[in-house]
Design a protein around this ligand. Structure first.
Ligand SMILES: *[C@@H]1O[C@H](CO)[C@@H](O)[C@H](O)[C@H]1NC(C)=O
Ligand SMILES: *[C@@H]1O[C@H](CO)[C@@H](O)[C@H](O)[C@H]1NC(C)=O
Ligand SMILES: *[C@@H]1O[C@H](CO)[C@@H](O)[C@H](O)[C@H]1NC(C)=O
Ligand SMILES: *[C@@H]1O[C@H](CO)[C@@H](O)[C@H](O)[C@H]1NC(C)=O
Ligand SMILES: [Zn+2]
Length: 403
């Protein structure tokens, strides 16, 4: 007589616990760009709703407007084991607003989406490195301002934070030694609180002996994925892996969104010193990328479709750069390590440069003895907590009744 009542209660409780109303109010808004204040409010809301996974920290305050440079750590402390660190930053350049949206989307997807990154990696996300420049340009629509708002000696305003890093800082060909220039590198390396905060975080992560993957978000005239070495134009030691991964991610973005991303070492930036990308590489972060989103929207495109398309491309790029860094590659082919946690469609990819059509369907794990059930369960994403809670309750109820 009691049993059905208990069971219904158990089901109702399990349901309530996986659909908190906060989740609904924490949907990402893609119809316009986030202002600094909205971003801050969104980060607070998310970190309240996902206390166990999100830690919000102020890394620095800007000199002029006293805004916070936030670091959002997304991790799952319930799972131990060595984890990689994925460092993602956005809006180092003030007028590159879409990058902040992409960073927020990454945070949102990591805590609500269908992926298992947090089992193997901790994420460190800086959704707005240059809030002063961002807030200065956002109301002006098509503004070219990239710098922060620091007054320089001589009265010119602003330092380009992506010329302020301590690598090839003084060797420069793009007028970054002129304080009026949009590329002004600052009075000395890491003179700015924003760039110093990011550099210190990179150092902290590399010292922690974690393997670090760095992805810096920008906008450019063309959608692309860049990797070091920007300054020298010479291939890095691991150029082949970087090139492979950039090509892999750009193919994935294309397959998922039909948007084309070029990849390579940007010749246009030869002679550009002080970038965060080269600095990261020099510190020992050998997996380092700039993910660049192309042209701002055309006149015939609505802002909300532009933002949501870019957000999808951006997450696709970040996702696959990060995911690719976990894959074992041999002769251009992904080897399975039988941990059964990879995406279904990652079974095989064509070697870079190969045009041969490959089967991208579900017949993966040929060389791997993963149990299909386990794989299904782990890719079932949102059902997992439900099944978990449900079976725990069921066990508890049966135990109570039987005793
Ligand atoms: C944060 O949550 C509050 C209360 O639910 C809501 O009014 C506000 O719009 C949320 N902020 C953002 C940016 O979503
Ligand atoms: C800036 O660098 C150029 C060479 O790239 C040099 O000719 C010029 O004198 C430098 N200007 C300053 C202010 O240091
Ligand atoms: C890096 O490797 C890619 C792929 O093999 C190649 O196309 C590219 O030219 C290399 N980069 C440099 C700077 O040599
Ligand atoms: C992209 O799709 C094509 C065609 O289906 C496929 O051959 C290729 O392997 C896919 N690329 C990746 C990286 O998954
Ligand atoms: Zn930029």
């Amino acid at each position: 007589m009691w049993r059905p009542v208990f069971l219904i209660l158990a089901v109702a409780t399990a349901h309530a616990s996986i659909q908190p109303s906060e989740l609904m109010s924490n949907e990402l808004k893609l119809d316009k760009y986030y202002t600094y204040a909205e971003m801050e409010s969104y980060l607070r809301n998310l970190s309240n709703a996902f206390r166990d996974k999100i830690t919000l920290e102020e890394l620095a305050k800007t000199d002029v407007d006293h805004l916070s440079v936030y670091k959002v750590k997304v991790s799952n402390n319930q799972i131990d084991g060595p984890k990689k660190a994925i460092l993602l930053d956005a809006a180092i350049h003030g007028n590159e607003w879409i990058t902040t949206t992409v960073a927020l989307k990454a945070i949102y997807e990591l805590v609500t989406g269908k992926n298992n990154f947090l089992e193997k990696s901790d994420w460190y996300i800086l959704p707005m490195v240059n809030p002063d420049g961002y807030e200065y340009t956002l109301p002006k629509k098509n503004d070219k301002w990239m710098k922060n708002r620091k007054p320089n000696e001589g009265g010119e305003i602003g330092v380009n934070l992506n010329r302020n890093f301590d690598f090839n800082w003084d060797k420069t060909k793009d007028r970054s030694n002129m304080s009026w220039s949009e590329n002004y590198r600052g009075s000395k390396p890491l003179s700015e609180p924003e760039s110093l905060a990011l550099a210190n975080l990179m150092k902290e992560l590399t010292k922690s002996n974690k393997e670090v993957i760095y992805i810096s978000l920008h906008t450019e005239h063309q959608s692309s994925i860049f990797y070091p070495s920007v300054f020298e134009g010479k291939p890095t030691k691991n150029n082949a892996s970087l090139a492979w991964l950039a090509q892999y991610a750009s193919e994935k973005i294309f397959n998922e969104t039909r948007s084309k991303y070029t990849h390579g070492v940007p010749v246009t930036y030869k002679g550009t010193g002080g970038t965060s990308l080269d600095y990261a590489y020099d510190l020992g972060i050998s997996m380092a990328f700039d993910l660049e989103f192309g042209q701002e929207k055309s006149d015939d495109q609505s802002l909300d479709s532009f933002i949501s398309n870019r957000a999808n491309e951006g997450w696709s790029g970040v996702y696959h750069l990060a995911e690719g860094a976990f894959l074992k590659i041999k002769n251009g082919i992904i080897e399975h390590d039988c941990d059964c946690n990879e995406d279904e469609d990652d079974a095989y990819i064509a070697p870079p440069g190969s045009n041969s059509p490959t089967d991208d369907s579900d017949d993966d794990n040929d060389d791997c003895s993963c149990k299909p059930d386990k794989k299904k369960a782990s890719s079932a994403g949102e059902n997992v907590p439900f099944i978990g809670i449900f079976s725990t309750l069921l066990l508890y109820v049966s135990y109570t009744i039987l005793n």
